[in-house]
Design a protein around this ligand. Structure first.
Ligand code: B1M
Length: 215
């Protein structure tokens, strides 16, 4: 019963139980459950609940940290499985990706990077709180097709606009496409700042990236 497993996964995140989250992830792999489905219907549902409770003052920063640790423990088990299932080996394009300066949220960005890599993109993951110039430098250095910018805070999403401007100033636009995402980011925001692509989740990000490189 997948639904029970997903429920238990969500609960392990809400309670910040890393060992339990990891055990359930292994169970999902043994049962050949699609890792992305386990992440979205199980663990992310738990994180959303934690985020809501944090937002209204029912949970506190240590709870958020514990939930994130549990999430990471689960994703560490599921990531190799996601990569293994990626069928396409032909390189579709080069993507430079990271979470923008001032923002240390990395779970969603890493999921997007893993999915892109599993789908056949060559991915350069710059990590979190990436200085804006680093996106420009790396894109030029590797000949990127896409720069992916993740932001989870309303205070850091504005940096996405700055990177687009900096890429243009460096003469890299419009050859280098820009894809943006992260919880506060919307299609309207993406359009406003002149991004080429936006997705609300990792699966969608792969579809958008493929579209951007004409694959
Ligand atoms: Co933070 N946090 N946090 N946090 N945190 C949020 C984002 C928040 C909404 C919680 C809340 O208040 N309800 C809130 C932001 C409010 C706002 O800006 N309006 C918040 C806050 C306030 C903060 C701090 C400021 C708290 C504090 O210190 N007082 C602080 C900021 C630190 C900083 O960055 N400078 C902070 C810290 C943290 C932790 C470190 C404790 C931890 C992160 C740990 C880590 O990442 N290693 C954390 C967590 C876990 C969260 C929540 C609960 C979950 C985020 C997450 O991982 N979601 C979050 C609430 C929420 O979003 N529900 C919250 C799961 C992940 C799979 O989804 O990242 O959205 P997400 O990624 C998705 C899509 O957005 C999309 O695809 C991904 C996969 O489906 N996507 C892309 C993401 N990037 C993409 C890029 C693309 C395309 C799609 O193209 C390039």
């Amino acid at each position: 019963m997948k639904e029970d497993l997903f429920q238990a996964m969500a609960q392990s995140i809400i309670e910040g139980e890393a060992e339990e989250a990891e055990r359930l992830a292994r169970q999902a792999v043994e049962q050949s459950i699609e890792p992305v489905e386990a992440i979205n219907k199980g663990y992310v549902a738990g994180l959303d609940e934690v985020g809501q409770q944090f937002g209204c003052g029912e949970m506190f920063l240590p709870d958020l940290v514990q939930a994130a640790e549990a999430m990471k423990a689960a994703v560490a088990v599921l990531e190799p499985e996601m990569a293994r299932r990626g069928s396409s080996r032909h390189v579709l394009g080069k993507v430079v990706i990271g979470t923008v300066e001032g923002d240390i949220h990395d779970i969603g960005k890493t999921l997007v990077a893993t999915m892109l890599s599993a789908s056949g993109f060559e991915v350069y993951d710059l990590g979190v709180s990436v200085p804006l110039q680093k996106f420009v430098d790396k894109a030029g250095e590797v000949g990127a097709d896409i720069v992916g910018l993740s932001a989870l805070l309303t205070t850091t999403m504005v940096k996405q606009r700055k990177v687009i401007e900096d890429l243009a100033r460096a003469g890299l636009r419009p050859k280098v496409k820009v894809m943006v995402g992260g919880a506060p980011v919307t299609r309207g925001w993406a359009d406003e700042i002149g991004a080429d692509g936006y997705s609300e989740d990792a699966m969608g990000a792969v579809a958008v990236a493929k579209q951007l490189v004409g694959a």
